[in-house]
Design a protein around this ligand. Structure first.
Ligand code: C2E
Ligand code: MG
Ligand code: MG
Length: 593
């Protein structure tokens, strides 16, 4: 404004007028607004009647400036305008020249020069006024464009909320060491927005997000509500917030999200997953803190959404281990850090070893022996399942070959776990065929264990794979049976051979009537579909006896043996009698081969 005032002052001095002012048109309010004037009016009434004038209330001259396209000269004989100017300035007789500010044919405002008394305007004066007006228009357009750019740089286009960049800037400043109060934020991820996008279109999803964003900001006026992008929002709590307030805000946000929004005649209300993260200034960066909240929100999502979780140090440690494993797993496969342990499967009647399940372990150079639960899911999430699975299959079948070579006449089933990703890989069956061939193994010596989850995922492709495996004579078992959601109908259409009862039902078989009922029904189910059945997790003699009584012959569990390294298993196979009973000392896995 000061810049404009200086220009107006120049005009007053050079053109020998008394007053000069600049007004802009406000198209939204349908009004004209005073931007700058010279000289200042020290005694202007408050509120100033000239500051904002609605066109509908304006005197004829000011009203005429709304769509003014050419210079308007006013001389003392006109009324109206002068009354208002008179009230504001205390002058009676004035002459004025009003020059429109034109931008692409639209009147964006006016530049007006006033002389008390009578004054005429030469053509030269009028032309130079037009030039000044053009320059003012240009500079206003530039300022508006800069304002717009600044706005866009800091706001999210869809919701008008602060965007990621603005949030990071604010977070950075709140996290500097000179502050003492903890910084708390909530990361909100809308649950299953995809359903809305798919059913009603992306525009509808956008509309929901935009309304949700606005409602969050309205509900939480003291906190900074930002949109990170996609369906993610962040609420940065005001500086004095504590954990109790974070919980309260989380509840409020859930409430807001649930309130239905009408999008194209449909009522849309979503649940949300919220991750909370808190940090002391000076201890972490804005990106770290957001990452923590994101982890927590992700954990909520994985557990089904619609809940709140606060990021803890324990989660941080777990994430670090996970990242480390993810970074080094590929190398582990190449560097020979993986080994297979084998858990015997026995015939419950004779207690003889009839098969072994290959179970992978990782001798991590730093973390020591890692169990599969800590890295299989990571392999599956990072596209390494195929490579890992191929290694396991090769290794297990080669071991089978070595045992057969050492023990003539050995009859031993080899059970190998297969990841869902392997089952739908196009070269899976040919890999199995090649490995069998390389190790001179019968298809029927190999039983692949798949999970119900894999089957449900891509049924058509899995069906093709299973039929091709059947042609190789390979057996297929459904592992962890009873924990998934396979329906009877699905089971009937699946060319599988065996159901492997999940250890969760077997561990307490002797004491839990519920588990007994489930195991009995699984064994019955297997019988009616002509499937074999095997129990895992047999830890007690009682469980073993009950299984046998229920008609289950095959079993594995700590009662017989834990998974053991190949050399140990070989000794077990070689024993005077390969029968295992509860008295066999349970050997802990070690690398003694
Ligand atoms: P799973 O295939 O159901 O394997 C059985 C798991 O139960 C093994 O755990 C075994 O040590 C454990 N177990 C056996 N008997 C008992 C018992 O009596 N009591 C108890 N409490 N546990 C028993 P492990 O070796 O830690 O393997 C865990 C899971 O990791 C396996 O479950 C399997 O899903 C997966 N896995 C292991 N190796 C591989 C592999 O090579 N490839 C794939 N894709 N998954 C594997
Ligand atoms: Mg298994
Ligand atoms: Mg299992």
């Amino acid at each position: 404004m000061a810049k404009y005032t200086a220009v107006l002052r120049e005009l007053v001095e050079h053109l020998d007028v008394d007053v000069c002012f600049l007004r802009t048109n406000d198209r939204v309010l349908d009004a004209t607004r005073l931007v700058a004037e010279w000289p200042p009016r020290p005694n202007a009434p408050d509120p100033d009647p000239l500051a904002l004038v609605y066109f509908r209330n304006a005197d004829p001259v000011l009203a005429a400036t709304k769509n003014l396209t050419d210079v308007l000269i006013v001389r003392p004989e006109l009324g109206g305008h002068h009354d208002r100017v008179g009230t504001a300035t205390g002058r009676e007789q004035t002459s004025s020249a009003t020059v429109p500010l034109l931008s692409e044919g639209v009147t964006t405002g006016i530049l007006c020069l006033v002389k008390y008394g009578n004054r005429e305007w030469s053509t030269r004066e009028i032309n130079s006024l037009k030039t000044v007006a053009a320059i003012v228009t240009q500079s206003q357009a530039r300022i508006a464009a800069l304002d717009r750019l600044r706005y866009l740089a800091e706001h999210d286009e869809l919701t008008g909320l602060a965007n990621r960049r603005a949030l990071l800037t604010e977070l950075d400043s709140r996290l500097t060491a000179e502050h003492t109060h903890p910084v708390a934020l909530l990361l909100i991820d809308v649950d299953r927005l995809k359903v809305v996008n798919d059913a009603l279109g992306h525009a509808a999803g956008d509309e929901y997000l935009s309304i949700l964003g606005r409602r969050l900001a309205e509900t939480l006026p003291d906190d900074l509500v930002a949109r990170l992008g996609g369906d993610e929002f962040v609420i940065l709590l005001s500086a004095t917030a504590d954990m109790a307030r974070a919980e309260q805000v989380a509840r409020q946000a859930q409430q807001v999200a649930r309130e239905p929004v009408t999008v194209r005649t449909e009522e849309v209300g979503r649940s949300i997953s919220i991750g909370v993260a808190v940090s002391t200034p000076g201890t972490c960066s804005a990106v770290d803190l957001l990452g923590d909240a994101d982890q927590a929100a992700l954990a909520v999502k994985m557990a089904g959404g619609n809940s709140v979780l606060t990021f803890t140090d324990e989660m941080r440690t777990r994430a670090a281990v996970r990242n480390d494993i993810e970074m080094h797993l590929r190398d582990a496969i190449r560097r020979d850090e993986l080994i297979l342990h084998y858990q015997p499967e026995v015939d419950l009647a004779s207690r003889k070893i009839i098969g072994v399940e290959a179970l992978v372990r990782w001798y991590h150079p730093v973390r020591g022996l890692l169990q599969p639960d800590s890295f299989i899911s990571i392999a599956e999430a990072t596209n390494l399942a195929g490579e890992l699975g191929r290694w396991v299959l090769h290794e297990a079948c080669h071991q089978h070959f070595l045992w057969r070579s050492a023990i003539p006449g050995l009859a031993l089933g080899m059970r190998v776990n297969v990841s869902p990703a392997q089952l739908i890989a196009s070269d899976f069956v040919s890999t199995v065929a090649r490995v069998l061939n390389e190790n001179e193994m019968e298809g029927s010596d190999l039983e692949l264990e798949i999970t119900e989850h894999a089957v449900i995922h891509d049924l058509d492709q899995v069906l093709i794979t299973l039929r091709d495996l059947k042609n190789l004579g390979v057996q297929v078992a459904i592992d962890d049976f009873g924990t998934g959601r396979s329906s009877l109908g699905q089971l009937k259409s699946l060319p599988v051979d065996t159901l492997k009862i999940d250890k969760g039902f077997v561990l307490n078989l002797g004491t839990s009537p519920d588990d007994l009922a489930i195991v009995r029904s699984i064994i019955g189910l297997a019988g009616s579909f002509g499937l074999d059945v095997v129990a895992e997790g047999v830890e007690t003699d009682l469980a073993a006896q009950m299984l046998l009584a229920l008609g289950c012959r095959r079993a594995q569990g700590f009662l017989f043996s834990t998974p053991v390294p190949p050399a140990t298993l070989r000794r077990m196979l070689h024993g005077p009698d390969t029968a295992l009973d509860g008295t066999t000392p349970v050997e802990r896995p070690s690398r003694d081969w």
